[in-house]
Design a protein around this ligand. Structure first.
Ligand code: NAD
Ligand code: UDP
Length: 373
């Protein structure tokens, strides 16, 4: 059992990972500013895990229980210092951090590059500074397959050693944060995905492919603000009648049915990947790991439409439109390294993804917006 700090734990990926980590017996301190989430997700995680959710201040009034929530910003150095100092004062020093907090909308990043660099790069730098000062040197970082840009067809499925070529400010900010982590580990400019690190740092940079779906209970899931940019939440909102039709961005891609192909990974598989990455780091010598988290399987836009139609027993009206600027034809992970290193691989299929995502959407047609606990 370890005392962990989870930044951005109220978000889509963070909430599911919190549940898996609580079930593994860890004590969690969540730091979130709710800029893209609601505390209801964590109330529901607490209910599913059968533990109370304590709310506290960064200065922590009381001994940490299994699950504590502090509202705050990762860029707030006083808040970070107070958290690490107070946890230590109660004899429960933070042993590791899982760092989800960040901004993730590609289009928004093009409009607001300074904000993206501020939260994703400056925020990460301040977090690492606090960790370093307080001798907490184990971190799992949320990176992204977006770093691979437009992968060359010869490099599908994509290995971790594929060229890094971000094509938007969001990707650039993740690349910068990855570079900072490599610098800290004493591995600057070295491309190998598994390396010994210096300074006592244990670091996992996890490059997610397309996380989708929801916890099978239907109690927690993805709750995008406004009109979803991503395919999966858009399709579930069409299926439930919240939106009239799906726009398919291009049917002239060099793929089997002409629509874009992605590697969709069930959010519970992703959450379990974090548990395994954390355990691997805690039990290893200082190292820098860079791992893809994906299924290794590609699904086209029309494959996802058909799978959701079969699950929901509803037609998903869709029309073909021109390609979306900035899209790649195919991104599919080579997940071999994560399987070797973490003894982890995805367990859940596209059918499971649709079943669980659909249950969440039906039970929570407006996400957490008008939710009753
Ligand atoms: P999310 O927006 O649901 O969760 C992010 C959480 O961070 C939210 O709860 C938000 O309120 C919080 N947050 C944002 N800025 C903060 C700040 N300054 N201080 C404290 N908290 C802050 O996103 P998600 O889908 O759960 O993604 C989590 C991480 O994984 C992000 O870093 C994202 O870039 C990365 N990622 C996500 C995907 C994806 O498809 N969901 C893919 C690749 C990488
Ligand atoms: N897509 C689509 N219509 C939408 C949203 C996405 O056709 O409303 C396509 C998109 O062009 C891509 C795939 O679905 O081929 C996955 O897109 P998403 O934005 O979910 O993931 P990303 O492109 O970031 O991997």
């Amino acid at each position: 059992m370890a005392q962990l700090l989870i930044t951005g734990g109220a978000g889509f990926l963070g909430s599911h990972t919190c549940l898996v980590l609580l079930e593994a017996g860890h004590q969690l301190l969540v730091l979130d500013d709710f800029s893209n989430s609601s505390a209801i997700s964590l109330e529901r995680v607490a209910e599913l895990a059968g533990v109370p959710l304590q709310r506290d201040q960064p200065t922590l009034k009381a001994t940490l229980e299994a699950f504590t929530l502090v509202e705050g910003d990762i860029r707030d150095t006083q808040c970070l210092d107070a958290l690490f100092t107070s946890a230590k004062a109660f004899g429960q020093p933070i042993e590791a951090v899982i760092h989800f907090a960040g901004l993730k909308a590609v289009g928004e990043s093009v409009q607001q590059p300074l904000r993206y660099w501020d939260v994703n790069v400056v925020g990460t730098q301040r977090l690492l500074t606090a960790m370093n000062f307080h001798h907490c040197r184990t971190i799992v970082f949320s990176s992204s397959a977006t770093l691979y840009g437009y992968p060359h067809p010869n490099q599908i499925p994509i290995p971790e050693t594929a060229p890094i070529q971000p094509i938007n400010p969001y990707g650039a900010s993740k690349h910068a944060a990855e570079a900072l982590l490599a610098d800290l580990a004493g591995c600057s400019g070295k491309p190998e995905p598994i390396q010994a690190s210096s300074g006592g740092w244990r670091i996992a940079r996890l490059r997610y492919f397309n996380p989708v779906g929801a916890h099978p209970s239907g109690r927690i899931g993805e709750d995008p603000n406004g009109i979803p940019n991503n395919l999966f939440p858009f399709i579930t909102q069409v299926a439930v009648g919240r939106r009239p039709e799906l726009t398919v961005f291009g049917d002239d891609w060099p793929t089997p049915d002409g629509t874009g192909v992605r590697d969709y990974i069930h959010v519970m598989d992703l959450a379990e990947g974090h548990r395994e990455a954390l355990h691997s780091l805690l039990n290893s010598d200082p190292q820098l790991l860079t791992l893809n988290l994906g299924s290794g399987q590609g699904a086209s836009v029309l494959d996802v439409v058909k799978a959701m139609e079969a699950t929901s027993q509803r037609a998903i009206p869709h029309r073909i439109a021109p390609r979306r600027p900035g899209d790649a034809a195919i991104t599919v992970a080579n997940p071999t390294l994560a399987a070797q290193q973490l003894h982890w691989r995805t367990q859940r299929s596209l059918t499971d993804i649709c079943r669980d995502g659909w249950a969440w959407q039906q039970d929570n047609p407006n996400g957490y917006g008008e939710a009753c606990l």
